[in-house]
Design a protein around this ligand. Sequence first.
Ligand code: KG4
Ligand code: ZN
Length: 353
Amino acid sequence: MSIILGIETSCDECSASVLMHEGGSFSPISISTFSQIELHQPYGGVVPEVASRNHLEQIDPVIWDALQKAKIEIEDVDAISVTNRPGLIGALLVGVTAAKALAYVTRKPLVPVHHLEGHLMSAFLKSPKTGVPKIEFPAVFLLASGGHTNLHCIERPPESWPATLLRDSLAGSSMDDAAGEAFDKSAKILGFPYPGGKWIDEEAQKGGSPTAFDLPRGLKQKDSLEFSFSGLKTAVALLAQRLGKEGVLEDALPDVCASVQEAIIDPLVRKTLVLQKMKNAKSVVVVGGVAANSRLRARFLSESPVPVVYPDLQYCTDNAAMIAAAGAVRFAQGYGLPASDFLKLNAFAIAEH
Ligand code: KG4
Ligand code: ZN
């Protein structure tokens, strides 16, 4: 059994979590997150310098809140894990520096974590409502967030993941915008606040038809596992302009949103199921903020021949429980850096693995 403190500051959530790892189960004991969404909303997207400065203010209270909620002292944790790649460099450095300082003072091992490995691990977190998730291998993972759109085929449970897991298991990714980014950019054009994914989802649910407007799908070839969403922005802008001129944009919004949503969701669902069939995978797992989308969930429910697993909503968007879980796996595998080594640890904006 080990107790891990996880720290996440790669983008616009400042988060800390205490997690217990025991016999293949990953149980978050506490989680404390400060979301910066309201701070970035006036700018229509994340402003890196605003993010870093706010992380600096929030990191201490968030860590102490997580420890307090878990009713433990920092001395009780076995290791500290922190996202050190990829992300906004100024934001990552705040979390990494805080984690180094804590680990140095307490002489605890420090475990650097890849943010995307954290997202994959979010699927294994024990849910207060549904318990330990049942994921059968091989499993196809769709990771769809504001920054990434990846398809992975994963053969084994986390305890036996190699250090090169992300690279070895990658089957496809976006060549340009991420799925969440496509939602956010389209939403901005249509006048919704940042981040716009949930607004498009909600507006589409007001009776919008996914086939009302024909919007482009990138890389339509049947067996391609790559994604492209960059053509969508122009098409949405032109459509909004035309409907605006005709004075019908407001009334058509549910149809426009349902069509935009379909243009993003359709390739995600289709390509995930192509990979599932190719690999004869026994489960499909959907992680990242876009996993919250109701249309995506409805389509997987009706089209997937194997069970589809989602993390709890609180673990879909960026959070430190998933970082603590990824840290727990790597700590158990011996990747914890001792005090003599971790002062050299750095953060990386871009990281292949
Ligand atoms: O995983 P996440 O917190 O971000 C990154 O790690 O990058 O996901 C945030 C993304 C945003 O782009 C947001 O618009 C999208 O997830 N999102 C949604 C929904 N809820 C959040 N997209 C579509 N439908 C939703 N219901
Ligand atoms: Zn993320």
